[in-house]
Design a protein around this ligand. Structure first.
Ligand code: CDP
Length: 227
């Protein structure tokens, strides 16, 4: 049975990353968080005081940008590194959430990050989540999932996630951020978020975490058997 490529796309905060991570663990696959790369790039541009929307500054920012992932041996969890520094917690802050979708509209930055994502996922046995994975990064993915959930549910889940990281954020601020990113991500000219015709939609509003993971694992196993 051959290994497959699984692309999980969907709206902000519907649980793509945690689900994708769990699915990868069950299947023994590599998990790649493409959103973490856009978040790390956003932090880099902020740190360097560069504006991604200015073509020359975008080139300058990309030249000094190096993103990698490492497994933390204590927790077994994957963490994001920016130019050698662990930025896993910093990139999940609301400050980055407020800026990331703007950077993600810039074509030159997307081109570079997409090329890196394609390299990272070049072997089979990969689960990658994001907004353009099934459309641009891996258009030939064996399994494409489009995850959704209603805004209220997504905001409450994100609030809890942030609280677990020690960040207390008002529910309304989270709702506005998620809805705002959905709008920018879906309407941008460059690789907008959309449900591909060959993607399976999974609405997680009324599913438990275990339920949504089980559903995707089941879809994956059916594809693996056919492979
Ligand atoms: O986890 P959450 O749903 O908050 O978002 P994320 O996956 O960390 O992605 C953060 C932002 O990066 C998104 O709102 C998009 O603007 C951008 N992104 C993208 O444009 N393309 C991707 N493949 C992944 C993320």
């Amino acid at each position: 049975m051959g290994k497959i490529v699984i692309a999980i796309d969907g709206y902000s905060g519907c649980g793509k990353s945690s689900t994708a991570k769990a699915v990868a663990k069950i299947l023994g696959y590599t998990y790649i968080d493409s959103g973490a790369m856009y978040r790390a790039a956003t932090l880099h541009f902020l740190n360097e005081n560069l504006r991604p929307s200015k073509p020359e500054e975008a080139i300058q920012g990309l030249q000094t940008l190096s993103i990698s992932f490492k497994i933390n041996p204590e927790t077994g969890l994957q963490e994001t590194y920016l130019n050698g520094k662990n930025v896993e917690d910093e990139i999940r802050s609301m400050q980055i959430s407020h800026r990331v979708s703007e950077l993600a509209t810039v074509a030159s930055i997307r081109r570079e990050l997409v090329a890196q994502q394609q390299r990272l996922g070049s072997g089979k046995g990969v689960v990658m989540d994001g907004r353009d994975i099934g459309s641009v990064v891996f258009p030939d993915a064996d399994l494409k999932v489009f995850m959704t959930a209603n805004l209220e549910t997504r905001a409450k889940r994100r609030q809890l996630e942030l609280l677990e990281k020690g960040q207390t954020v008002d529910l309304e601020e989270i709702k506005e951020n998620l809805a705002g990113r959905d709008e920018v991500d879906s309407s941008r000219a460059e690789s907008p978020l959309m449900k591909m015709s060959d993607a399976v939609e999974v609405d997680t509003s009324n599913l438990t975490f275990e339920g949504q993971v089980a559903q995707i694992v089941q879809l994956a196993k059916a594809k693996i058997e056919m492979n």
